[in-house]
Design a protein. Sequence first.
Length: 185
Amino acid sequence: MDKAALRKKAKALWRTLDRKALSEAVLEVLLPWIRAGGFGDILLYHPLPHELDLLPLLERYPARYYLPKVAGEGLTVHPFGPLLPGPFGPLEPTTPPVDPRVLDLVVVPGLAFDRQGYRLGHGQGYYDRFLKGVRATTLGVVPEALLFPRLPRDPWDRRVDFLATEKGVFPALGSDDGEGEDGGC
């Protein structure tokens, strides 16, 4: 299945899920992992209707939080603060950007992920371009129902280090046959 067909399938599946319950379940397994890692500078995201809402972390775990903002062809990092609607729907910060090297954890949303840590996004490549230069630990968050054995890949696709579902947090398996090679589900 190609990425366009998978995006359509994933969006349809998201509509059948209890996003609020899944978000809470993922938070419950994520909090001990974050505490154990001692993360202090965390990039979250403002959720779209088909993404897990992890913003309650702000109240449950003391850290410095940041949000991404679309800027040109990429993402910039901004301290959490006042928000305004962005060009693609999610609320974006109005605070000045900071150097992404301050981050020690980047939480990455996606329509779906595979067990190797590759994500299916919206096709704009913002996170892939951003993740290419990130030195922080990266964590993809996704319901088990949208965790596929393998997604198709392009040469520019970047994987995350860890995955969090309602069943736990675990290391991504890594590339099973080479980064960026195309494959099926």
